[in-house]
Design a protein around this ligand. Structure first.
Ligand code: OFO
Length: 166
């Protein structure tokens, strides 16, 4: 049985993963509008991954006998100054999500909720992967550059990374 504070944090995380899915979909839309089809495809696939992260939490909470809640979501921004701006924001967002997962893990330890602690280890590993993924995209932009041909190549490479990771 989940303690009330753990249930509250898990339900907040459900909303955050759902928000992440919408944020990446909004970013995909912006990229598509800029004719950056590789980035649009990648971010759309990543939005699906975030939705899967949300569903995984949803299932876990309901399996414990508690009730998963679907909270209201803020509208994500769809205004970006450049492709670099988009991916800097994805990286910042993932660092924010990592901090939220870490806070959940710490709360589980404080409450001696080892089952939820164990469940959350998947998210701990996932956040490592996601921060690495977005950092590597930013590194590629710095190395290749984003002028003319560079932008074309970077977008194409990002498109190749769009296979599902979940
Ligand atoms: Fe992008 O990560 Fe979910 O959890």
């Amino acid at each position: 049985m989940l303690k009330p504070n753990i249930l509250k944090l898990l339900n907040e995380q459900i909303a955050l993963e759902d928000y992440s899915a919408n944020l990446y979909l909004a970013m995909s839309s912006w990229c598509g509008h800029q004719k950056l089809s590789g980035s649009a495809k990648f971010l759309e696939a990543h939005s699906d991954d975030e939705h899967a992260h949300m569903r995984k939490l949803f299932t876990y909470v309901n399996e414990t006998g508690a009730m998963a809640r679907i909270g209201a979501l803020a509208e994500p921004s769809c205004e970006f100054s450049s492709i670099k701006d988009v991916f800097e924001k994805t990286f910042e967002h993932e660092k924010f999500i990592t901090a939220k997962i870490n806070a959940l893990v710490e709360a589980c330890l404080a409450e001696k909720d080892y089952s939820t602690f164990n469940f959350l280890q998947w998210y701990v590993a996932e956040q490592h992967e996601e921060e690495h993924l977005f950092r590597s995209i930013l590194d590629m932009m710095d190395i290749v550059g984003l002028d003319g041909r560079g932008l074309y190549l970077v977008d194409k490479e990002i498109g190749k990374m769009s296979q599902k990771v979940v």
